[in-house]
Design a protein around this ligand. Structure first.
Ligand SMILES: Cc1ncc(COP(=O)(O)O)c(C=O)c1O
Length: 435
């Protein structure tokens, strides 16, 4: 689907953008309304595959979506499952057993590393993190070791291991007994664990998405696994952003054959139709929740409608070969963006880096990242800025993109890059260049 269909109008009734913004200001968040105004104040009303339609009928390629859209929007394989469940039995009694939950858990366990066979479903990524923290405590690991730059969500437990101080400061006191060690630094991790043998739980991302697509050195995850085992620490790998094909493998742990004690997934798990996340654990670690099903529950956990989305998402990713396609498209897009950045932003962009379809364009100056983000929207492409880094524009487009979508993305990135370079001619002097 090419983006030259921007003349097409969305279905009616067409919401009035000014009314929507005013309602946001009145009832939700004036800050949120202000941010939307900075990129044109558009109101989105429809989505399909890699494309979003706004109320004026304009179409945008969604190369952002915070890592949610590996299957694209409204993938028929997901919608079919959810629609069927919606008309049959969307929310369960929680007294009887539910076949859709049983199928979803079995499907998820079938694609995670073999030893991870116990599944707890939650709603948000942060809730999956909370589950991991509680499982760690239930297993006698009360000291949490997380990574600098790490992002794990904003509930109080998750925030305690998320590293960005501006997000943490207003909410202190957070959980006690948390240490942060530099991401990628195995000796530092080992030293931290040596101080708390048998008492620690380590939480790590295979690639740090919110930190600005930070890729650790080769062999890092394997070394983290060995270090945890050596010191009797539990290993939690947070794959909420990186999992389900995003990196061009089912999981970020796969290339190094690492099996964590707990793996966290979310975002793409609901097929971009229903929000859902999960903690998947070994049966040893999960044993306390296995024995007592009321110890850690939530009313809507594993609701049948949500479970249908999980079934639709996993079968779609599996049956349509989206993991391999993410690897293929990721290589294509990263090479394309690298070439364009080299040509158009030689003195502005520091680096283009990516793993599969999680790609970051890092700038020497945060203002340039913000400008590129805005220029891309102006050229009909949506990307994301990062919660943990101001200088990186992040792309996480769907693995269902067509070759034409990729051409469109690169063509518009080229245009936006030329605009950013023209807005910042002072950087042409090379005084800010790092390469
Ligand atoms: C690695 C990681 N963990 C946890 C979370 C939190 O997920 P949620 O925003 O669904 O609570 C995120 C969200 O961006 C994430 O990227």
């Amino acid at each position: 689907m090419a983006g030259d269909e921007n003349s097409r109008t969305a279905g009616s009734p067409v919401p009035d953008g000014a009314w929507v913004a005013a309602a946001y200001r009145r009832t939700m968040s004036s800050g949120r309304a202000l941010l939307a105004e900075m990129v044109g104040g558009q109101v989105e009303v429809e989505s399909s595959g890699a494309w979003i339609t706004t109320s004026d009928g304009h179409r945008y390629l969604n190369a952002g979506g915070y890592g949610v859209f590996i299957t694209g929007a409204r993938h028929p394989g997901v919608v079919r499952e959810v629609e069927r469940q919606l008309h049959r039995h969307p929310v369960g009694s929680r007294v009887f057993l539910d076949p859709v939950a049983a199928r979803a858990a079995a499907l998820l366990a079938s694609v995670t590393p073999p030893a991870l066979d116990r599944v707890h479903f939650c709603g948000s990524g942060a809730e999956a993190v909370e589950t991991a923290i509680k499982l760690a405590r239930l297993n006698g690991r009360r000291h949490l070791v997380a990574m600098t730059g790490g992002y794990h969500g904003k509930t109080l437990g998750a925030l305690s291991i998320t590293e960005r101080e501006t997000l943490r400061a207003p909410f202190r006191p957070l959980l006690p007994d948390v240490t942060h060690v530099p991401y990628g630094d195995v000796p530092a991790l080992s030293a931290a664990l040596a101080r708390r043998p048998g008492e620690a739980c380590v939480i790590v991302e295979p690639v740090q998405g919110e930190a600005g697509v930070v890729i650790p050195p080769p062999g890092y995850l394997g070394a983290v696994r060995r270090t945890c085992s050596h010191h009797g620490a539990l290993l939690v790998v947070d794959e909420i952003q990186t999992g389900l094909g995003r990196l061009g493998t089912w999981w970020g742990v796969d290339p190094e054959g690492v099996c964590p004690d707990i793996l966290l997934t979310g975002k793409s798990l609901g097929g971009a139709v229903i929000p859902v996340s999960a903690a998947v654990a070994t049966h040893e670690v999960y044993a306390p929740l296995d024995r007592d099903p009321f110890l850690h529950t939530s009313t809507f956990s594993a609701a049948p409608i949500t479970m249908a989305a999980v079934c639709g998402s996993i079968t779609t990713i599996r049956d349509e070969g989206l993991v391999a396609r993410a690897a293929h498209l990721g290589a294509l897009v990263t090479a394309g963006l690298t070439g364009i950045a080299r040509e158009r932003l030689a003195h502005h962009a520091h680096e283009v880096r990516g793993a599969g379809l999680l790609i970051g364009v890092e700038f020497t100056d945060p203002a340039l990242a913000a400008d590129l983000f805005i220029a891309l929207v102006g050229n009909d492409v949506v990307t994301n800025l990062c919660l943990g880094s101001d200088s990186v524009v992040r792309l996480s487009p769907p693995a269902t993109m067509s070759e034409q979508d990729v051409d469109f993305l690169l063509e518009r990135f080229d245009k936006a890059s030329r605009q950013v370079a023209a807005h910042h001619p002072s950087y042409q002097e090379g005084s800010h260049a790092k390469r």
